[in-house]
Design a protein around this ligand. Sequence first.
Ligand SMILES: Cc1cc2nc3c(=O)[nH]c(=O)nc-3n(C[C@H](O)[C@H](O)[C@H](O)COP(=O)(O)OP(=O)(O)OC[C@H]3O[C@@H](n4cnc5c(N)ncnc54)[C@H](O)[C@@H]3O)c2cc1C
Length: 431
Amino acid sequence: MKIRVIGGGLSGCEAAYQLARLGYDVELYEMRDGEKSTPAHKTTNLAELVCSNSLKSVANDTGHGLLKQEMQKIGSLLLECAYRCAVPAGGALAVDREQFSHEVETELQKFNNLKIIREEVQEIDETIPTIVASGPLTSEALSKDIDRILGQENLNFFDAVAPIVDASSIDFNKAFFAARYDKGGDDYINCPMNKEEYLKFYNELVNAEKATLHDFDLKVFEHCMPIEVMASRGEDTMRFGPLRPKGIRRPGSDERFYAVVQLRKENTEGSAYNIVGFQTNLKFGEQKRVFSLIPGLENVEILRYGVMHRNTYINSPKVLNEAFQLKSNKNIFFAGQMTGVEGYVESIMSGMIAALNLDKELKGEPKIIFPKESIIGALQRHLVDDTEDYQPMNANFGILPELENPPRDKKERKLAYTLRSLKLIDEYLSR
Ligand SMILES: Cc1cc2nc3c(=O)[nH]c(=O)nc-3n(C[C@H](O)[C@H](O)[C@H](O)COP(=O)(O)OP(=O)(O)OC[C@H]3O[C@@H](n4cnc5c(N)ncnc54)[C@H](O)[C@@H]3O)c2cc1C
């Protein structure tokens, strides 16, 4: 049976490999042919790493380390290629990017049933089983066709994300639950500031170091103001915007605040919160330093840093199920960054899971949904977590359900997440 994979990037190459290995006739379309390209890719290589050459941590007390171990149990080609091309990088898996692409292409070329076609796909043929893996910089024509299939309101073109933090690392001696004018129960966590604290925060924020935006990013952000830009408009601008203190009271007290930073629930369990209105382009280290000046967030653990960049991604909770499959057409699967997973390894993982589930669909067998205690399973559930404002997510322990008896020591707690996940993955795979 013929299967189409659109996009020879990280998720598309992994998906094509899994399907070819399972015996399907795979057509892998990649538009970068020397003439056409995206604003970020520099070569015609398959599986090109567009920016950093790091696939992040391998340590087993990190979300990224755990994701890699989970993927190794299932059998990921791209991860295996990455280990073969590793360059020394401390606790991280960094690769020689040229060699990595070469390894991936060589492995794919070994399959007689896999054809690599250097051509832009402009329309999705909905009668052919297909995985759309065209990435955050999907070509314009294909974006239009995805619009047609999903409806315009289900396609986003940029990512302006506020940092997401681990709720258990917030200091509730200072922060408190309450909603403005008591409307909405205890939906928000509030971090109150006095004048001195506010001014110190304001000064550090306006002088903090920013990340460089690409020209193609700048165009899309004309209408979206990062918190540091808002702050630079004047000392009080934030106090009349997201930090306004009006109507916010600590339960049982009449104390007035000079400014209040609010955090809103990021997941249904309430283990992760985003900082309201804090979309930012500060460098990651600067986000940690400056946002730690907010009372209650002194030791906060940032699960996902704020970012601003161009990113085509779909509103997965509305249109996909946990198998990365389109609800409205069982033939079509999506994979990669465009589904709302964020990062190189997360994208590879989604290509693998989408492909395995397409196989299940074609065989009429139950779909592969990993336990929610694993990073893969939690990211599958993130796809269908119908929050108001769906945002991409990376591998971190904050998306996992709480441990039953969490060790007090932080490192031990993280190891406990890892051990729990790997045990459940083994049990799942053995079934
Ligand atoms: C500028 C930028 C920098 C990033 N830096 C990092 C980083 O440092 N670390 C990290 O972990 N993540 C980073 N990411 C996020 C993400 O991990 C990568 O974008 C990753 O490559 C996503 O994998 P993917 O398979 O979804 O898309 P891609 O790897 O981009 O693959 C999509 C492929 O589809 C092709 N394509 C597009 N349209 C068509 C079409 N119509 N027909 C045929 N082919 C098409 C593209 O040419 C591309 O090869 C970055 C993203 C961007 C945009």
